[in-house]
Write a protein that binds this ligand. Structure first.
Ligand code: GAL
Length: 570
């Protein structure tokens, strides 16, 4: 177990570690051959290359939706709200990867770094000849030619600090990466419960009725989230309580808090001209407005203070203890609503750097507003060294299978992700999605756009939904322990199978099963089929719900709509 830092060129100052308050590590000797690393600083930026073995598999790069094993792929660490393919674009791109040789590589940069994960060193095509003689051969995927390199160009960077981490398996390497940033977040007990986000157009009367209805009907929901309609302007935000739908906002919050609820408010950091602190924050904002709103430079203490002081006085002090900090990612494929890479910020950061750091800087600002109050909040952009933030990622994309892959991938990079339940196309779709969300770090139901006040009224399955949320309650003691371990030792609550069984090649490409807490293996089903293949690595297993013993190895499993395949490792 060891970490080694290698400085290449002259690194920039606007990098993730500079904004990580508890960044620390102890340097030690590693077995990786440092002389095999080649570096160049060119007009294009910094280039780092080192060999990667034929059987060496590559995992990580943040919240990736499509693949877990990135060997042979080209990944660009670019913040983006619409990751439509396996390109690296992500709500939470992270310049950190691990391999099954039990080592990890963290590049401390906020740039759109590129990773060619097994790039042929020569122009050799396939190893089987030097020309492609059929269309099939021409388009074949060529991942693992032997003499391949990991090639990492970091465009426009004059240098970078590279941290190489070695451990006894992938979980151990990732845990050390998480500890570099101070360890996993402190998750309050109440954060392990269920968050219900209400409809965009809801009124305070509807919110209170719903809160009472949850109690009467035995729903253990304990956090209520308000979507954009609570304020007078949303895109960008005024941060002024909407007197139309919420004439007694503060009293409503007090009543909900009195009933045992925690309150979470939707917002973004794009400041509308009617926001009371608009003029004050203007000098500390970027050159390019978003939806006509200012983009505060949260790396500047003045901007942070103005924003945080307002949020504390108007929301935290009346009882709000969570926020959903929306749209702080980018928008390259959805109308370009965000600021461009050429935007300039008072700190000297450009738009590219700010895109990869905005989520974390925004979270820091909201933690300053919360001033030590416990929170579990949400955010749509995160980056490197993010483990200490009690902020959970979510998305506007909604494919159940890719939500499961994002969950599996989240554990490689110090991220928390909720495969939230939103709109549903059938009763089965709702139940299958609920099953995944109860076995995730953050049990989130988001009815902001639902045609009914609750998705279970749409499909007439209140009882089944309540039972699944009760299962969530029963998981809270094990989640408590797992979050404590995440905090103290950096061990992720959600782990791809390759993290714990690194040497087992069967695990290398499994993107739809994961370990949950200490010893549960979860293999979710989607509405598409009640049957799937499930792999149980070496060890003793039992069905978590029935207690029946199950052999390790591959199984064909069929489950009815209200049961998710879950196994306990003995
Ligand atoms: C989106 C967000 C949704 C919902 C919506 C409200 O950006 O991803 O969850 O909050 O805004 O307008």
């Amino acid at each position: 177990m060891a970490i080694k830092k290698i400085r290449i060129g002259e690194p920039e100052s606007f990098v993730p570690s500079a904004f990580c308050k508890d960044f620390s590590y102890q340097e030690g000797e590693i077995s990786f051959d440092l002389s095999s690393i080649e570096t160049r600083i060119t007009r294009q930026g910094t280039i780092v290359e080192f060999p990667i073995g034929q059987d060496e598999q590559v995992f990580g790069f943040g919240l990736q939706f499509y693949e877990i094993n990135q060997k042979g792929k080209k990944i660009i660490i670019r913040s983006n709200a619409d990751p439509i393919k396996n390109t690296g674009d992500s709500h939470a791109p992270v310049p950190f990867f691990v391999t099954n040789r039990n080592r990890g590589f963290y590049f401390d940069t906020a740039r759109y770094a590129e990773f060619y994960c097994g790039y042929p060193k020569t122009s050799q095509r396939t190893g089987e000849g030097d020309s492609a003689d059929s269309t099939q051969e021409l388009y074949a995927t060529r991942a693992s030619v032997d003499s391949s390199v990991m090639s990492v160009p970091i465009p426009s960077a004059p240098g970078v600090d590279l941290f190489i981490i070695e451990g006894k398996n992938v979980t151990d390497v990732v845990s050390q990466y998480n500890m570099m940033s101070g360890g996993g977040c402190k998750m309050p007990d109440w954060g392990l419960g269920t968050l219900f986000r209400t409809h965009h157009d809801i009124t305070e009367k509807d919110v209170l009725d719903l809160a009472h209805r949850f109690r009467e009907k035995g729903f253990s929901i304990n956090i209520i989230g308000l979507e954009p309609g609570w304020q007078t302007k949303h895109y960008p935000c005024s941060y002024i309580k909407n007197p139309g739908n919420f004439p007694h906002f503060d009293e409503m919050v007090a009543e909900l808090v009195g009933m045992g609820y925690h309150i979470n408010l939707w917002e973004q950091c794009f400041v509308h001209e009617t926001a009371p602190f608009y003029e004050e924050i203007k000098p500390y904002s970027g050159s390019f407005p978003v939806w006509g709103g200012l983009v505060p430079d949260f790396s500047v203490p003045q901007a942070r203070k103005i924003f945080a002081d307002y949020q504390r006085k108007h929301f935290v002090d009346v009882g709000v203890d969570g926020f959903k900090t929306d749209e702080c990612d980018g928008s390259d494929y959805s109308g370009g609503w965000s600021f461009p890479a050429t935007a300039e910020f008072p700190s000297g950061a450009d738009g590219e750097q700010m895109h990869n750091m905005l989520g974390e800087l925004y979270c820091q600002t909201m933690l300053q507003a919360l001033e030590g109050h416990e929170t579990v909040s949400e955010v749509r952009n995160m980056g490197a060294l993010a483990a200490p933030y009690p902020f959970v990622l979510y998305s506007d994309l909604y494919n159940h299978s890719s939500f499961i892959t994002a969950l599996v991938n989240s554990g490689f990079s110090g991220l928390l992700w909720s495969p939230e339940v939103r709109s549903t196309t059938s009763k089965k779709d709702l139940l299958r999605r609920l099953e995944t969300v109860i076995f995730s770090p953050h049990c989130l139901i988001n009815a902001w756009n639902c045609t009914e006040i609750c998705p279970w009224y749409l499909w007439d399955c209140e009882d089944e939904a309540r039972d699944l949320l009760k299962t969530r309650d029963s998981l809270q003691p094990m989640l408590r322990k797992a979050f404590d371990k995440y905090h103290d030792e950096g061990v992720p609550v959600i782990r791809a199978l390759v993290m714990d069984w690194t040497d087992d090649p069967e695990t290398w490409n499994i993107k739809d099963e994961y370990m949950f807490c200490e010893n549960l293996l979860v293999a979710p089903l989607t509405a598409e089929s009640d049957t799937r293949r499930v792999y149980l690595p070496a060890g003793k297993w039992k069905n978590y719900f029935t207690g029946e013993p199950v052999e390790s190895g591959w199984h064909d499993v069929t489950m009815p709509a209200e049961i998710i395949p879950v196994y306990e490792k003995l």
